[in-house]
Design a protein around this ligand. Structure first.
Ligand SMILES: *Cc1c(COP(=O)(O)O)cnc(C)c1O
Length: 381
């Protein structure tokens, strides 16, 4: 069993993906070829955004968004510590200071109610993360931003395709930034990402920054990066888009089935999805005590798992200096409990049943024999 089954997906899409890659090899426009424009138009339509700018990765999307906003050294960007490092990493690389705000215990997304207290005269932007595939409280976050004149960048690396109050992730704020890393809900066969915005001026800035700040060939009007999406990756993504709606339906059905099956498993708490939005389940994540023991038992039973993420960023050596006034105690607690189970559109019911049964057995065994690991987990919980 695979944690993310990319082979079954390729088998289903092989004729189309192969033909699209071959077309790029034939026309030879490897950089910003026609597939890139075609993809940008398709993604803008799909999300309901005015502009889509494809870029080299999700990380690059975050950096280019921050650069397009013209932030100054020392400006503050409010974000969550319960995320992949790239979120805060790009804030620091852009010369700004990440200000960490704790998460909600049930969704693991940034707690929007805690943001406004941390706004200072130096705050310029808020960067929420739509974690595990569920959009953060964007209406509340946008309202705080509007009151204080801040930009909002949704780190939508895990939520491409998710719906929030009838609108798509990526089209909900100043910028939406997503990733096409292979295992993300929409992935290519290498690195890739995209930015979305309604703002013509910001879209133009992002397009220029993507190509070394060029407003015309060899006219560098601003600082930029080498941040384009390869034409071949655009071709792969156009192939994948052909069954993406079907994949989203499958992900929803598999997620709902996990919910039903796990409701009967003692000790497996689920991440809550709010009723006014869905999750595309970039990760299907549960919370367990004695995680180390459970993960080892699952591995022995042939069930791959992962931890997103074992250590929140305010505890990471590179970011500890940015630990601020919010103690982020909920992030600490949840980081010790979260465990992601196999999830992809091609996960079979038989494999899903095996995952749930193995988890049930592992939890039963862990509850029966308190080990040092279980004791340690209880102390931090
Ligand atoms: C994957 C991810 C990124 C980085 O995307 P890359 O395409 O790997 O650079 C950023 N933020 C979050 C929350 C992610 O999950």
């Amino acid at each position: 069993m695979q944690f993310t089954d990319l082979k079954a997906q390729y088998a289903a899409l092989k004729p189309s993906i192969d033909a699209r890659i071959q077309r790029v090899l034939d026309h030879g426009q490897y950089i910003l070829g026609p597939e890139v424009k075609e993809l940008e138009e398709a993604l803008a339509r799909f999300t309901g955004s005015r502009h889509c700018i494809t870029v080299a990765s999700g990380t690059e999307a975050l950096l280019i968004a921050l650069m397009a906003l013209d932030l100054k050294p020392g400006d503050e960007v409010i974000t969550t510590p319960f995320t992949f490092a790239a979120t805060a990493e790009m804030i620091v690389l852009a010369g700004c200071r990440p200000v960490f705000v704790d998460i909600e215990a049930d969704t693991c997304n940034i707690d929007a109610a805690r943001i406004e207290a941390l706004v200072t005269p130096r705050t310029r932007a808020i960067m929420p993360v739509s974690l595990y595939g569920q959009v953060a409280d964007m209406d509340e976050i946008n309202a705080v931003a509007a009151r204080h004149g801040l930009a909002v960048i949704e780190d939508a690396a895990q939520s491409f395709g998710a719906v929030y109050k009838g609108r798509r992730s990526c089209a909900l704020s100043t910028f939406g930034a997503t990733s096409f890393f292979p295992s993300k809900p929409l992935g290519c066969y290498g690195d890739g990402g995209a930015l979305f915005t309604e703002d013509d001026r910001l879209a133009q800035a992002a397009r220029e920054i993507r190509v070394h700040g060029q407003s015309a060939r060899y006219t560098h009007t601003r600082l930029g990066v080498g941040g384009r999406l390869d034409t071949i990756q655009a071709a792969v993504l156009l192939g994948k888009l052909e069954r993406f709606d079907w994949e989203l339906e499958r992900r929803a059905a598999i997620g709902a089935r996990y919910e039903r099956l796990l409701a009967g498993v003692a000790g497996a708490e689920r991440v809550v999805v709010r009723p006014d939005r869905n999750s595309v389940y970039a990760q299907y994540t549960v919370k367990v005590a004695a995680r180390g023991e459970i993960q080892a038992a699952l591995q022995a039973a042939g069930v791959p798992t992962a931890v997103h993420y074992p250590k929140p960023l305010h505890r990471q050596p590179a970011y500890a200096q940015h630990a601020g006034t919010d103690p982020c105690a909920v992030s600490d607690r949840e980081a010790a409990r979260v465990l992601s189970l196999p999830m992809s559109a091609d996960l079979t019911e038989a494999d899903q049943d095996r995952v749930v049964e193995a988890l049930r057995q592992a939890l039963k065994a862990a509850a029966g024999s308190p080990s040092p690991a279980a004791g340690a987990a209880r102390v931090t919980a």
